[in-house]
Write a protein that binds this ligand. Sequence first.
Ligand code: LER
Ligand code: MN
Length: 283
Amino acid sequence: MKIGIHLSTFTKSWEEDIFQYFSVASKIGYDGVEIPIIDANNFDSKKSKKLLKENNLLCTCGTGLNIEKDISSIDKNIRDNGMKHLKKCIDICNELESDCLGGVLYAPWGMKKSRAEAKDNINFSIESLREIASYAEVRGVTLALEVLNRYETFFINTVEEGLDILKKIDSNNVKIHFDTFHGHIEEKSLKDAILKGGKNIFHVHFCENNRSTPGTGQINWREVKKALKEINYDRWITLENFTMPNCQVGNDVSIWRKTGESNYKVAELGFKFIKQLMDKQEV
Ligand code: LER
Ligand code: MN
């Protein structure tokens, strides 16, 4: 198992320079960083590669779609934009030796639509993901579809729904990205959801129920750990926390008050918490 940190947890805007945080993550002790790919066409892979090496870090990548780049759109041009974006993200993964592209890969982040209304969008998304998956497969990348709460997507809200979509896509390299924050809102039991996901869980975000330091809120972390051990999960546990209001990132994840310590402090405390939790030999 490797411990990572999502770099957007340090930044106030999505465009802020993420490169300054590689050394911060490394000094705390993280094995790697999750690199948010916002503008894939202008992403500096060379610099990333150099900094990963210098700081002895590995990485995974994550991204999201929006209404201009949407593989589920009924408009072919918009679908093509989404496909181009995801393919570029996969190229970046390949360059940075990330075997995982996680996040909101199936529809625009934040889109709300009834599933009856979105029937065509869901079908287009499945068809597009099949094509993206074969592009990713030859480049050694697995797509991990993030299961999100109902306020951030209509598409996949539970692990069970994620498995259903995986079945429809039917590609070996499309899996589930599980986030404890979203699971806490939508699942009846985090433990049962993880057990149900089993070998299909390819990427995990650790995030407290109020997006602050893991271990300071309502999530039953012992249950989460037990379930991850039971499914023999040995990939990334990536801290994702958001505590800063009054900024673009805070606004986009609905942080309207300070929900915890500074993001630097949460990065430090979160790392200690994850390490202690996962290393502890209890059941
Ligand atoms: C958003 O709520 C989230 O959890 C991110 O990981 C989305 O990429
Ligand atoms: Mn997440």
